[in-house]
Design a protein. Structure first.
Length: 114
């Protein structure tokens, strides 16, 4: 999608610090980390949010989750525990309308529902 920040990151038009990439998925460091490990996993395909996930693109969304779990193990946060979060729409605080899963870990997380 032409005007989407994360599509521009996928296209390489905006730089990112890549953590993982394959044909369907990209993961990169969040620019404003909320935890010692804060990584975003996104589908390369533009899906606006989880609300845009359907039977057709669900395998891609599921692949994002498998990649998130793999990254968490590789970053050494899986043993202690971590969180995967996705915001959906304005009331959740979603600021970038391209599906993304936050991986948050490396510290004791509190539950803030903001
Ligand atoms: P959300 O509020 O769930 O839509 O999350 C969007 C996330 O994208 C925030 O945590 C931002 O810090 C992050 N973000 C925004 N711009 C960039 C960027 N250029 N590179 C990496 N992360 C970004
Ligand atoms: Zn996009």
């Amino acid at each position: 999608m032409a005007d989407c920040l994360f599509c521009k990151i996928v296209a390489g038009e905006i730089p990112s610090t890549k953590v993982y990439e394959d044909e369907k998925v990209l993961a990169f460091l969040d620019i404003n980390p909320m935890a010692p490990v804060h990584i975003l996993v996104i589908p390369k395909e533009h899906i606006p949010s989880l609300d845009g996930v359907n039977e057709e693109n669900a395998p891609t969304a599921a692949h994002c989750l498998a990649v998130a779990a793999k990254i968490a193990r590789e970053k050494g946060i899986a043993q202690d525990g971590y969180r995967v979060v996705t915001n959906i729409g304005a009331a959740s605080g979603q600021t970038v309308p391209h599906l993304h899963f936050h991986i948050l870990g490396g510290k004791q997380l509190t539950l803030s529902l903001g």
